[in-house]
Design a protein around this ligand. Structure first.
Ligand code: GLU
Length: 416
């Protein structure tokens, strides 16, 4: 079998939903394709004076319901196909949450850990200038993703603002709180994962205060997921990992302490308590809830038979392949899909954008309450569809989302 790309994998999920919904084939064809794909090759002067050329991408998959929205990642494996898949997922994610957005995503093929701070700034500013022809507070609003953060968002915002001649806070989200950012944005994806983990356990009749949880990935999403699940649901975090490996402790890990450890040591694997495990072993632990919060394709045909969790809450984008999905569904493992489970980030990005446009900022309690309410509503909406058709939650979430984008497309009509 020819190797299938990530975008093709994503489209497979979509096609499965389309079959059940009986969507017009012409419309399905419109919805599955990206609207715009921009590739930029751009030079950056490195600290030693030599010039390096980098490749960057920005894809706007769909803008039928509003501006494109989605993060930008820096990773050595980033490529157009991956960014297309991620932009595609953003379209369905914003629609599941009923946000007035479409879907977009960007990326630069780079290992940011190898750059100095000044090089990272020059790279970020030049990239943003290059993609600016399709970016703007009403066109396409980027945000953080893998290996990008609030500091980089501040450079993006400044670069755009310098180019247009006024300060445009609403052009990116995930900015520092004191520079047009939103309270509660940094923790937002993790908070959404926590809400979904709590709801999934309720669905399965698991007592959250007695539950065990393993979290793969310790970036922004994994860190806050582990912290909030422990603190607010009272569950025991028995394993966490990063790209270098993981730590397992059946007695429970002190999440605050391991966050501190990662901050100073750069990894969780040297944490003195518990035992070292690999990322593969973490995924196969006998836990109540597994949160894959690293990269794509973590759960696949090769390891799905060994998965023992009762629920999987997808903090990452695309962590489960369609083949693995089939097996998990047959085994009765509840999978809360990425386009719902990790939508907390883009939801608080939406709050941030609204605050920027109104130049009026909310309290953190308001943000948290609004986020939890919207996540709960979306979870319940998806559950209703799941029960109606007796399907997995991913396909149910797609049905909900596709229905909304299809409605917008039909109602607007095909121009001209
Ligand atoms: N990168 C995040 C995601 O995959 C957040 C996107 C946003 O806030 O626009 O959902």
């Amino acid at each position: 079998m020819a190797e299938r790309s990530l975008y093709e994998t994503a489209v497979e999920q979509f096609n499965k939903a389309v079959k059940i919904m009986d969507l017009e084939p012409d419309l399905a064809d419109v919805l599955r394709r990206p609207k715009r794909c921009l590739i930029v090759e751009f030079p950056v002067v490195m600290d030693d004076g030599h010039i390096e050329v980098f490749t960057g991408f920005r894809v706007q998959h769909n803008i039928a319901r509003g501006p494109a929205k989605g993060g930008i990642r820096y990773h050595p494996d980033t490529n157009l196909d991956e960014v297309k898949a991620l932009a595609f997922w953003m379209t369905w994610k914003t629609a599941v949450m009923n946000l007035p957005y479409g879907g977009g995503k960007g990326g630069i093929k780079v290992d940011p850990k190898k750059l100095s701070k000044r090089e990272l700034e020059r790279l970020s500013r030049r990239y943003f200038s290059e993609i600016q022809i399709i970016i703007g507070p009403h066109n396409d609003i980027p945000a953080p993703d893998v290996n990008t953060n609030a500091d980089i968002m501040a450079w993006y915002m400044d670069t755009y603002s310098m180019n247009v001649g006024y300060t445009a806070l609403g052009v990116v989200t995930g900015k520092p709180v004191d520079l047009g950012g939103s309270r509660g944005r940094e923790e937002a994806t993790g908070r959404g994962v926590k809400v979904c983990a709590g709801l999934a356990m309720r669905t399965l009749g698991i007592d959250t205060s007695k539950a065990t949880v393993a979290v793969q990935g310790f970036g922004n999403v994994g860190r806050f997921s582990a912290l909030l699940i422990a603190k607010e649901l009272g569950s025991k975090i028995v394993a966490v990992s990063d790209s270098k490996g993981g730590i397992y402790d059946p007695e429970g890990i002190d999440v605050e302490a391991i966050i501190e450890h990662k901050k100073t040591q750069g990894t969780v694997v040297t944490y003195p308590k518990g035992q070292k495990i690999t990322n593969e072993e973490l995924l196969e632990l006998d836990v109540d809830v597994l949160v894959p919060a690293a990269l794509e394709n973590a759960i696949h045909a090769g390891n799905v038979d060994n998965i023992r969790a009762k629920a999987i809450v997808e903090g990452a984008n695309g962590p489960t392949t369609p083949e693995a999905d089939e097996v998990l569904f047959k085994k009765g493992i509840l999978v809360v899909p990425d386009i719902l489970a990790n939508a907390g980030g883009v939801t608080v990005s939406y709050f941030e954008w609204v605050q920027d446009l109104q130049a009026f900022f909310w309290k953190v309690d308001q943000i948290r309450a609004a986020l939890e309410e919207m996540m709960t509503k979306a979870y319940e909406d998806v559950m209703k569809i799941k029960e109606k058709y007796n399907i997995d939650m991913r396909t149910a979430a797609y049905i909900l989302a596709i229905d909304r984008v299809a409605y917008a497309t039909r109602k607007r009509g095909i121009y001209p």
